[in-house]
Write a protein that binds this ligand. Structure first.
Ligand code: GLY
Length: 390
């Protein structure tokens, strides 16, 4: 890649290659470009064609909060706060609307056992300083009249939002192309070139090589089996399969206005009348099969929550692979190889954490100090020299 001169101390700006054109890779490329770093994106498939295309697009730091996740909450909240500016920067360049909405969510207990669990979740949210409102069944149904009549209780989380990951991906691609950032698709990376220990290039299948003094690995679940990465920095990322179902109703008469969740399923409405029903969570390796059982479970649980879903048109189902990590925290930052960064392992929060990850990576690459709460995501926590494990 050609390097450009920054005019500062006669030092050339680093040239970066982002490996992976899912939402994380594209967002990293966008923020690197905005920070003045020459950047190219490489992907073995098309932009956003894997897990990003399956994700429901919940931006739910509070609705999805679980016990023992204070560090993750800090990152998720920061990223949710960055979403409006991130989206606005893309919309300025793509000539369209990304469809980000801060619609809030309602999480429902369908019986007394679930009500106990929901109460604990509500108390956790309050303890962590987050807005969560306990609703009786009648109030919940005033807000979302389609909810099942027999529900045992609900909480309202007003700050959560949604975005359509496929629309966001197309907008990011358009914005990057309008800024002449190269996106090379259908090109798998096969090697990492080094010079004096530092990153110097990535080698592509077919023999081409792109010079780079920064490489950002944003390959989602594939990052964990990327053989072109040195063994000691290959991240401990594993695939966690999620199946989702897509339904379609009348956009003028949506069945719900915001995110709905129960203990077993969540529903995300789209402005065009689609309703996304997610998601299974399956540890089956690199298996992307959509199964009858997965679809059946999702539809049954969706019907228990919002009975009229059975009237909607069935558009289809997809399966994607979440990049899980041993501690459920992402890997964002430098590795032991100078110039090699990871932006992966986002597990259930890839869409939500895109702006945060991208800004953190851009800040690290340019050496800008930021106050992003990213320390807990340092990839070196899993490297042998740091953990002391072989
Ligand atoms: N964040 C929702 C999911 O991973 O299913």
């Amino acid at each position: 890649m050609n390097r450009t001169d920054t005019g500062q101390d006669d030092q050339p700006a680093p040239g970066a290659v982002v490996v992976g054109a899912g939402i994380i890779g594209l967002a990293c490329a966008w923020e690197l470009h905005r920070a003045g770093v020459p950047v190219a994106v490489v992907d073995r498939a098309g932009p956003g064609s894997e897990t990003t295309a399956v994700a429901a697009g919940m931006l739910a730091p509070v609705g999805e909060l679980d016990f023992g996740e204070a560090d993750l909450l800090a990152m998720n909240l920061r990223s949710a706060g960055q979403y409006p500016e991130f989206v606005a920067s893309i919309e300025r360049c793509c000539g369209g609307v990304v469809g980000y909405r801060r619609c809030g969510g309602i999480h429902v207990a369908l019986d007394r056992d679930e009500a106990g669990e929901l109460k604990r979740s509500h108390e956790l949210k309050l303890r962590m300083g987050q807005a969560s409102e306990w609703l009786g069944p009648a109030t919940a149904r005033e807000i979302e009249p389609g909810l099942a009549p027999g529900l045992a209780g609900a909480i309202r989380v007003p700050g959560d939002g949604v975005v359509d990951p496929r629309v966001l991906t197309s907008a990011l691609v358009e914005a990057l192309e309008s800024e002449r950032v190269p996106i090379l698709t259908g090109r798998a990376v096969e090697s990492l070139g080094r010079s004096g220990g530092r990153v110097a290039a990535v080698g592509l299948e077919g023999g081409a090589e792109i010079e780079a003094d920064v490489v950002v690995v944003a390959a989602g679940a594939e990052s964990g089996r990327a053989e072109w990465l040195p063994d000691d920095v290959r991240p401990p990322v594993r695939p966690v399969k999620g199946q989702v179902v897509e339904l379609k109703g009348d956009p003028e008469r949506p069945l719900c206005s915001g995110i709905l969740g129960s203990e077993r399923v969540y529903l995300v409405p789209r402005p065009d009348g689609r309703l996304i029903v997610g998601a299974t969570s399956e540890e089956l390796g690199f298996d992307r099969t959509v199964t009858a059982g997965g679809v059946y479970d999702l539809l049954r649980e969706a019907g228990r929550l919002l009975p009229d879903v059975v009237e909607l048109e069935y558009l289809g189902a997809r399966a994607g692979l979440r990049p899980g990590t041993p501690d459920n925290l992402p890997l964002i930052g430098p590795t032991a190889v100078p110039g090699l960064y990871l932006a992966t392992g986002h597990y259930r929060n890839g869409i939500l954490l895109a702006p945060f990850t991208a800004r953190a990576i851009a800040g690290m690459v340019t050496g800008e100090t930021t106050d992003e709460p990213v320390a807990a995501a340092d990839p070196r926590r899993f490297e042998p020299s740091v953990s002391g494990t072989p």
